[in-house]
Design a protein around this ligand. Structure first.
Ligand SMILES: [Fe+2]
Ligand SMILES: [Fe+2]
Length: 250
């Protein structure tokens, strides 16, 4: 498989079509979830990175994974939206609903044990995480109770002749705009957390609980990036297209 990648390719297209390129984005801190509409040249420039080296890394990822499982990750552009919604809820919302309660225990435990030497970093981290936790919990609920059921019903209307669902919010573009704004805020909170912890650099006296907490935070960050990418770059543009096909309100 030869895939042509150049500076004009959008971030959204590259990660959406070829998920095996995602680790390169994560490694270099390039925002591929909220900044999906940018072209690769612009994204590289913003991070002060050299485009040819990045293109080389992406092409290498595409070459070495050709025909392997990670290269044939589900084509989320082709599946029914209901299947994509189910995947997001099971894999990403499900993850958050176990990771956040774990962190609610881990963070105060680490703060109690290490307040003397690392109180500053840990208290700043705790405040950021608490705000993130509160916002994200209501965000997930909004998606699961309002937007996602509407998407599934709209698809059933178009493909199975089910009644057209009522949209109390007018067009889906309205809640999507708000949700994208919340994604931006969640992404910024985790970027700030990474900055405060100096890229999750463990101090020399870190105990296993401290280590577990930083590992969980980094897993959560990677999971959230993929989660937002699936919603912003694939699900939402497909919902807007679906609504146009149905002839929804504007
Ligand atoms: Fe979500
Ligand atoms: Fe979301």
């Amino acid at each position: 498989m030869t895939v042509h990648v150049d500076g004009k390719t959008t971030v959204r297209d590259l990660v959406g079509r070829y998920p095996q390129t995602r680790p390169t984005f994560e490694k270099h801190g390039i925002d591929y979830c909220c900044g999906g509409g940018k072209c690769l040249a612009e994204a590289a420039d913003e991070r002060g990175l050299k485009l040819p080296e990045l293109v080389g890394a992406w092409e290498e990822a595409l070459r070495t994974t050709a025909g392997k499982a990670e290269a044939t990750d589900k084509d989320w552009y082709a599946v029914q939206l209901g299947a994509l919604v189910n995947h997001i809820v099971a894999v990403h919302h499900g993850y958050m609903k176990t990771a956040l309660p774990r962190l609610r225990v881990l963070v105060p435990t680490v703060l109690n044990a290490h307040a003397a030497h690392h109180g500053d970093v840990l208290r700043q981290g705790q405040a950021l995480l608490n705000a993130f936790d509160a916002e994200l919990s209501s965000h997930l609920m909004k998606e699961e109770q309002v937007l996602f059921p509407y998407i599934v019903a709209l698809e059933a209307h178009l493909h199975e002749g089910a009644p057209k669902p009522l949209a109390p919010f007018g067009s889906a573009r309205n809640p999507i705009r708000q949700i994208e704004h919340e994604h931006e805020s969640a992404g910024q909170a985790l970027a700030k957390l990474r900055e405060v912890t100096h890229d999750y650099a463990l101090p020399a006296d870190a105990c296993p609980t401290f280590t577990a907490m930083y590992e969980e935070l980094q897993r959560m960050e990677a999971n959230l990036h993929e989660h937002i990418h699936l919603e912003n770059n694939i699900l939402f543009p497909r919902v807007i297209e679906l609504e146009e096909a149905v002839g929804g309100e504007r």
